[in-house]
Design a protein around this ligand. Structure first.
Ligand code: F42
Length: 146
């Protein structure tokens, strides 16, 4: 049972929370980068707390569709936000100064292969992360709400 409060719960990870704060202060995700690569920010609802969570991921986009790669640096376990998106796929995504509504859908098979390559092209360290874990790194597509 999730509470329906709209309380924002900042990330407990300092460097991530700091990047989100920089984006909010500047009004654009262009205020931050990782190794010179662009970042976007998903806003989603916590699966148990019902709180609002802001989760930056690397910017992977084609024709208005984005990928969210649940890499967590190649850790053995999925990031917690993976379970949030499985529970409630509605997200807003900020890219630059633009924010819009999307539905997250985990992909498999040929769709996964296509978007995994696109993700590695956008942020090459993803390939290295996958060599660090037997966990198949999940990929969600964020498709615009029409
Ligand atoms: N993480 C990635 O996995 N992929 C990326 O491409 C990526 C890029 C990136 C770029 C910039 C940046 O600043 C961070 C970036 N990150 C990337 C890190 C990402 O933003 C997350 O910090 C990271 O993936 C870890 O996500 P997480 O959801 O596991 O975060 C933990 C530390 C967290 O926030 N835990 C909270 C806590 O209080 O311990 C709980 C979070 C939560 O959502 N709780 C749910 C709730 O109900 O509120 C409960 C969910 C449940 O089922 O338990």
């Amino acid at each position: 049972m999730t509470t329906s409060n709209d309380e924002y719960a900042p990330s407990p990870t300092d460097w991530v929370r700091n990047q989100v704060e920089k984006v909010e202060a500047a009004g654009t995700t262009d205020a931050v980068d990782i190794l010179g690569r662009k970042v976007v920010i998903m806003t989603m609802r916590g699966a148990k707390s019902g709180k609002i969570r802001k989760v930056p991921v690397m910017r992977v986009e084609k024709d208005g569709v984005y990928a969210a790669v649940a890499s967590l640096g190649g850790a053995p376990k999925n990031p917690v936000w993976y379970y949030n998106l499985k529970a409630d796929p509605k997200v807003t995504l900020q890219d630059g100064t633009t924010t819009a509504e999307y539905i997250a859908r985990e992909v498999e098979g040929a769709e996964y292969d296509e978007w995994w390559q696109r993700s590695v092209d956008a942020y090459p360290p993803y390939a290295e992360y996958q060599t660090k874990t037997s966990r198949k790194i999940p990929v969600f597509l964020l498709e615009p709400v029409k």
